[in-house]
Design a protein around this ligand. Structure first.
Ligand code: HEM
Length: 405
């Protein structure tokens, strides 16, 4: 990692640019570490106000550690492979402690609102292109600029095969966005609960990695950080793009992610109840948790390489991929991730994207859309297709080891 560390130092010394939608702070602000977000702003409405950096998942963690220690995980993965639908009974033969846990963990919280979940599903459908782009591609690229997450991903089993890792992660993204996400025939509950088990396994396994020097990974704060790179980031960007959104839709979209957060094991006292509370929490946790790492630079390069490689010749080149990624994550994160500068495409995207949004929203007629806008539009479709297709090839499974040496 000597080369990676050197590059990290170079990046750290670089200019601190504008942070756009994420509001990521300068390093000086980033040193502020007090937790002051009030639990009264959470879906629980109250809580002890414990700093989430020192809270993990007290139910799932000891259970999955014990499954790993007793060598039960391969059989559990085999049994859970065909557990797919929200309403599907658990397969017979699971260890009793795991079955008990899952039966509890798969219940929607008492505050879940079926009506809002249905509205969210419609919103996800009508705003699918923006959301897939922001949650799939944008969220993916942002995660590489979260040092603890980049390192966790790099040194866990999935880090050795980023294609498979992207595929698996996209399963949950598309599950949340599906029309039937929380209906009996959907699969969001199942995939969120499986992800909760995966995270518990990672907490146990990574501490055994010689490369992992830090605290127990994936704290509640880490979960919140990643959560904000998904719905909070997407909502802020769509507002910035002036996408018209009725309040009911905005609230329903938040609600679907509140329910998902609960199912992923985020405590209710940390889940923001409103967009205002979410923005305030995001502004508190993101600055102190984002920055450059050598691992993040490598992961970004792999992701962008995959995106460019899988598309047909001429339709989306690596320079266009680079520019789109920079456009989505903003200057600061793109610099941290060392995404190369592409002046031509950056200028083009900045010019045509607002026109494309207005066209899509029926606010400008077709003749006003410049021809080159369709190259960008096609690239976005390819981006999204990449994530969609990958997700169909695999399923989420509990890892049994870290990245091979
Ligand atoms: C696994 C989503 C937060 C690190 C997964 C998976 C999903 C997922 C769907 C299963 C796919 C797979 O096995 O690769 C999420 C969501 C989060 C979140 C929605 C927050 C809302 C985090 C955080 C970290 C993290 C905060 C680290 C700091 C990992 C790692 C794996 C994983 C290391 C397993 C990779 C492997 O070895 O296969 N996550 N995650 N995740 N996640 Fe998360």
């Amino acid at each position: 990692m000597a080369e990676l560390s050197r590059r990290r130092m170079l990046v750290s010394g670089g200019a601190v640019g504008a942070l756009g939608a994420l509001g990521v702070a300068t390093p000086a602000q980033a040193r502020t570490t007090d937790w002051s977000w009030a639990p009264s702003g959470s879906v629980a409405g109250a809580g002890a106000g414990t700093d989430p950096r020192w809270v993990w998942d007290e139910e799932a963690d000891p259970l999955v550690a014990s499954l790993l220690d007793r060598g039960a995980v391969p059989e559990v993965n085999r049994l859970l492979w065909n557990w797919n639908r929200n309403d599907q009974p658990l397969p017979a033969g699971l260890p009793a402690d795991l079955a008990d846990f899952i039966e509890g963990a798969r219940q929607l919280p008492s505050w879940a609102d079926r009506g809002k979940l249905e509205t969210a599903a419609e919103f996800n459908k009508s705003r699918g292109l923006y959301l897939n782009l922001l949650n799939g591609v944008g969220g993916g690229m942002l995660s590489t600029a979260i040092p603890k997450e980049a390192r966790a991903v790099y040194y866990s089993a999935g880090g050795a095969d980023m294609e498979d890792r992207v595929a698996k992660t996209s399963i949950l993204g598309f599950a949340v966005g599906a029309l039937n996400a929380y209906r009996p025939d959907g699969n969001c509950v199942v995939n969120a609960v499986k992800t909760r088990l995966v995270h518990a396994a990672v907490r146990h396994l990574l501490q055994q990695s010689p490369h992992w020097g830090g605290d127990i990974p994936i704290s509640q704060e880490d979960m919140l950080v990643t959560w904000h790179t998904l719905p909070t980031f997407a909502m802020r960007e769509m507002l910035r793009w002036k996408v018209p959104m009725p309040t009911a839709d905005r609230e329903a979209y938040l609600h679907s992610w509140q329910v998902t957060a609960h199912l992923l094991g985020i405590r209710d006292e940390y889940i923001p109840a409103t967009w205002d509370a979410a923005n305030a929490q995001s502004d508190q946790v993101l600055p102190r948790n984002m920055g450059p790492t050598g691992e993040g630079v490598v992961l970004t390069d792999i992701l962008l390489g995959q995106l460019a490689e899988q598309t047909s010749p001429g339709s989306i080149s690596r320079p266009l991929c680079n520019a789109l990624a920079r456009f989505l994550v903003g200057e600061q994160v793109a610099d941290w991730d060392e995404i190369p500068r592409e002046p031509f495409w950056e200028r083009t995207i900045a010019t045509v994207w607002p026109i494309l949004v207005r066209f899509r929203e029926g606010l400008v007629p077709l003749p006003l859309v410049p021809e080159i806008a369709w190259t960008i539009d096609e690239a976005l479709r390819q981006y999204i297709l990449f994530f969609l297709t990958k997700g169909q090839e695999t399923k989420i499974e509990i890892p049994t080891a870290n990245r091979p040496e």
